[in-house]
Design a protein around this ligand. Structure first.
Ligand SMILES: *Cc1c(COP(=O)(O)O)cnc(C)c1O
Length: 361
């Protein structure tokens, strides 16, 4: 059977949205100093590793996981100090939860609104689920253009608004008052995506009790558990009971649940690592700013956005030095000549900055 034939059969059957989609691209990273995906560079203390080992040894992997993830949800609720009318919805990464939210709110002809540049999955998931998408440009300093957002809300009446707080790929946090104004004016659900909460100063979790149209989404990916695939939504039980109907029954496996429970028992260890990353971030920002021809943007996340004169050349030259970062040039027009580097270990950061210094010489 020719692959041509299969291709044309598939093309005749698949939805247009799927055929038109560009797959989310993950570059080959084996052998590179990997500073492209906001992973935590540190390992775990020996004592925690031993605890994990003992736990995995007796994990009931012949059984389906607890479909409700009760123990893990209670642990997260305690850490967040949630009140009794609030709950947690667990996802296989927060990407899965973005998809779940879109499925839940996508009434015929409804709209998802976000800002640009921001996290690409909002637009991608809206596109392949057939929800209208509106992206309001940020101002040139990457702050919210609140009047433009309010006008777009008035015009499009979005059923769903996503704001990444801090924002990816720009790294800044928006003014809390602006976000509050948006929540107050929006008639739809506003989801504040706090993927980088561990590296930031502020959170919208305290506002959950104030606004009936607010949910806060977080992930453990950036805090050292990217491989587990675990994200969650925090919010009122009234919202989460409805959304839970769309969650596939066993979306978080036995091992991710068990491992996360142990790691969250040692939440202080992970937060300490986040502190270390924040310190390394400020050092790396200063080193970048000291290079001629480099513009550095302020970050409250575990990565730094910076602009050079010829981003694609610099990106490729770094690859020649075995260093993989993210090239944002050619994506959004506001990101022309921009690169994004994840803050790594001290050694990785040194390798990166020394290579960059060499390349820009
Ligand atoms: C990384 C990231 C996510 C996705 O996290 P996962 O839990 O790994 O799926 C969501 N939102 C933003 C803004 C991110 O940067």
């Amino acid at each position: 059977m020719s692959s041509h034939l299969v291709e044309s059969v598939a093309a005749s059957l698949l939805r247009k949205e799927v055929l038109d989609l560009h797959a989310y691209h993950v570059p080959e990273s084996a052998g590179f100093v990997k500073l492209d995906a906001m992973e935590n560079p540190y390992g775990l203390p020996e004592s925690v590793l031993e605890e994990l080992q003992a736990c995995i040894y007796q994990a009931p992997i012949n059984r389906y996981p607890d479909p409700t993830g009760r123990a893990l949800k209670q642990q997260i609720s305690r850490i967040l100090n949630l009140s009794d009318d609030m709950d947690i919805l667990l996802g296989n990464g927060s990407d899965e939860l973005i998809q779940l939210l879109v499925m839940a709110l996508n009434k015929p002809n409804s709209t998802l609104l976000s800002v640009e540049p921001s996290f690409v999955m909002y637009k991608m998931i809206a596109t392949f689920t057939g929800m209208n998408y509106v992206g309001v440009p940020l101002k040139t300093d990457f702050s919210l253009d609140t009047p433009a957002i309010l006008a777009a809300i008035k015009q499009h009446q979005p059923a769903l608004v996503f704001l990444a707080y801090p924002n990816n790929p720009t790294g800044n946090t928006f003014a809390a008052e602006d976000v509050q104004t948006i929540i107050e004016v929006a008639t739809g659900l506003v989801v504040v995506d706090e993927a980088y909460y561990a590296f930031a100063e502020e959170s919208f979790i305290p506002y959950l009790a104030t606004y009936p149209n607010l949910l806060v989404m977080r992930t453990f990916s950036k805090l050292g558990m990217a491989g587990l695939r675990l994200g969650f939504i925090a919010g009122s039980k009234a919202w989460l009971q409805q959304l839970d109907k769309l969650r596939l029954p066993y979306n978080v496996g036995v091992l991710p649940q068990l491992v996360a429970e142990i790691l969250l028992k040692h939440h202080d260890v992970l937060l300490q690592q986040a502190e270390q990353i924040k310190q390394a971030r400020s050092q790396l920002s200063q080193q970048l700013a000291a290079l001629t021809g480099v513009e550095v943007f302020e970050s409250q996340a575990n990565f730094i956005l910076f602009r050079v004169n010829a981003a694609s050349d610099v990106f490729n030259a770094l690859k020649q030095h075995n260093i993989l970062i993210k090239n944002l040039n050619g994506g959004h027009p506001m990101l022309v000549n921009c690169l994004r580097v994840t803050v790594g270990s001290e050694e990785e950061n040194n390798q990166f900055i020394n290579a960059l210094r060499e390349i820009l010489k």
